[in-house]
Ligand binder design. Structure first.
Ligand code: 5AD
Ligand code: SF4
Length: 526
């Protein structure tokens, strides 16, 4: 999917299989307005989370509807777009390194741009106490050249190319991007995507620079056509933005306030997706379970889940990410009542220490979080639980960290995404005392990962001999080797002599286990 992972991210679960291309609805047909020059092409690269992946699917849909054709490299593209992530500093830096690669030749020969920022990058997070001054943090450094020039082609942004920065870095840096990379012509944050068709039309009409940076909108980003990357799993954003105010997080600044989509429109789209052959839908939102139906129907999140699960043709419903504060028994009851709702809840905890949770403004204590876990564990069928954790938050003592480790033991997560704390612009935690040195963050991350790996090894080994339903989404180059996901979102690599299985649901018996995946053999159809 052209997706880049953040360096700070450690993922213990295996990743999905290669994704093939699927196009929902027609990929042609120019909309009313400015005619698109024949042969217009775009390249779109996405960084960050599933929300960004899905936003990119919709952005691609908007461009395809205008008559553009998607190409797989910036060299051949008339329009080059980066959909960016700024959740951690390294992710934000990536876009500026990409933009450096696009610098027009005339700019390369002249004075280098933003030397001051480049120095900041060298100081970066490697500082001994790990603390960054506000001024150093407030602007993301711009490398003068890509990190690995030997591996990346330099594309000349001259020659009439349109270069756009979308997403969280666009929202965060705003028009400052034009100053630092004057060859950029479009800067648009995700809360303004509904304006994208209009902004693109303005560029086509000859405007040199356009921006979409408002976050004060009640609307969500709906498109006529979404160019979906996965032929079986369809993403669907049901709530955009975030009203929580976790002290470390840029999302409330970059994605704006929470806006939910009307339940009838969501259900209508799910029905269309099912008719188009998608069997799995994943409901998305930064805090998906804070969904608040804006229509008179006032469906609760758990009711919406149930209604989606009842759509004919839908075999799997996933949802991510849930916030512990809004996670209640009704969600577990919906899962129990509907076998099509997957046996998996992603419930980010961030820390096992109540003191750190308070400093993070997470709105729950360790004990309150454990009560929610208790609800999930008491369900009539086993539900796998995964989480996000941050190590090295300012002021995190050795004892606090120890509590995060004991939480791992207590909950027995099926998978953990763990991150080193990264100070972000505008966030309250930026000013907090007692920053943890980078090296110490790294040490804590490694300890956490080791502990969790062992938990997963033991848990997965207990599954040997069990049979799971698997949606097949990958085929290995090795003969008879396939891969897919269980309802609990475990990766299953398995053998089968069948000739074609992609997109099928099959029964697989587990023969051996690893910390991040299971190995099995197909025993029948599901
Ligand atoms: N530093 C490190 N990790 C962060 N996350 C969010 N903000 C930061 C930050 N400033 C992590 C949280 C969140 C996940 C998507 O990213 O764990 O759940
Ligand atoms: Fe960020 Fe907290 Fe909102 Fe999640 S709930 S997006 S961590 S502010």
């Amino acid at each position: 999917m052209g997706k880049s992972f953040d360096i700070g991210l450690e993922r213990l679960t295996g990743t999905g299989a290669p994704e093939t291309e699927a196009l929902e609805a027609s990929d042609q047909g120019t909309q009313a307005g400015v005619p698109v020059p024949q042969g217009s092409t775009f390249y779109l690269e996405t960084f960050g989370c599933q929300m960004n992946d899905h936003d990119s699917e919709k952005v691609a849909g908007v461009l395809l509807a205008r008559g553009y054709r998607q190409v797989d490299g910036p060299e051949a593209a008339k329009v080059i777009l980066y959909n960016t992530c700024s959740i951690r500093e390294k992710a934000a830096q990536k876009v500026f390194s990409r933009l450096g690669e696009l610098r027009p030749a005339e700019e390369r020969n002249g004075k280098s741009f933003n030397t001051e920022d480049t120095e900041e990058e060298h100081r970066g997070h490697g500082e001994e106490n790990g603390a960054l001054s506000r001024s150093a943090q407030a602007r993301v450094p711009v490398p003068q050249e890509p990190k690995h020039p030997s591996q990346r082609k330099i594309v000349n942004a001259g020659g009439g190319k349109i270069i756009g920065v979308l997403g969280c870095v666009a929202q965060q840096e705003g028009e400052g991007i034009f100053e630092r990379a004057p060859w950029v012509s479009l800067v648009c944050g995700s809360a303004s995507y509904r304006k994208l068709p209009q902004l693109i039309a303005e560029l086509e009409a000859g405007n040199r620079r356009v921006t979409g940076l408002d976050t004060d909108t009640d609307e969500t980003f709906e498109t006529e056509i979404t160019r979906r990357d996965n032929p079986w799993r369809a993403y669907l954003t049901i709530i955009e933005g975030c009203d929580k105010a976790c002290s470390y997080c840029v999302v409330p600044f970059t994605r704006g306030p929470e806006r939910s989509r009307a339940s009838a429109s969501i259900l209508e789209e799910v029905r269309r997706l099912a008719e188009a052959g998608y069997s799995e839908v994943q409901l998305l939102g930064q805090t998906v379970n804070s969904y608040a139906d804006p229509s008179a129907r006032k469906m609760r999140f758990s009711e919406l889940l149930a209604a989606v699960a009842e759509v004919r043709g839908i075999r799997r419903v996933r949802f991510t990410t849930s916030h512990p504060r809004d996670f209640g028994k009704d969600i577990v009851e919906a899962i129990e009542a509907h076998p099509t709702i997957c046996d998996h809840v992603h419930l980010p905890v961030q820390s096992g220490s109540t003191a750190v949770l308070r400093a993070m403004a997470r709105t729950y204590s360790r004990e309150e979080y454990l009560e929610k876990i208790g609800l999930i564990k008491a369900a009539r069928r086993p539900i796998s639980i995964t989480t996000d954790m941050i190590v090295g938050f300012p002021g995190e003592t050795e004892k606090d960290f120890e509590e995060t480790l004991t939480l791992l033991d207590e909950v027995q997560y099926d998978s953990v995404f763990a991150f080193k704390y990264s100070p972000r612009p505008n966030t309250p935690s930026l000013k907090m005392a007692d920053a943890i040195p980078e090296e110490e963050k790294g040490r804590r991350l490694a300890i956490l990962m080791d502990r969790q790996r062992e938990i997963q090894r033991v848990k997965n080994e207990r599954l040997v001999g069990e049979t799971f339903e698997v949606l097949v989404d990958g085929k290995s180059r090795r003969e008879n080797q396939w891969s897919g996901h269980t309802s609990s979102n475990r990766v299953m690599n398995f053998t089968s002599p069948e000739r074609e299985l992609l997109g099928d649901y099959v029964q697989v018996k587990v023969v051996s286990a690893m910390p991040n995946s299971l190995v099995g053999e197909m025993i029948g159809w599901a």
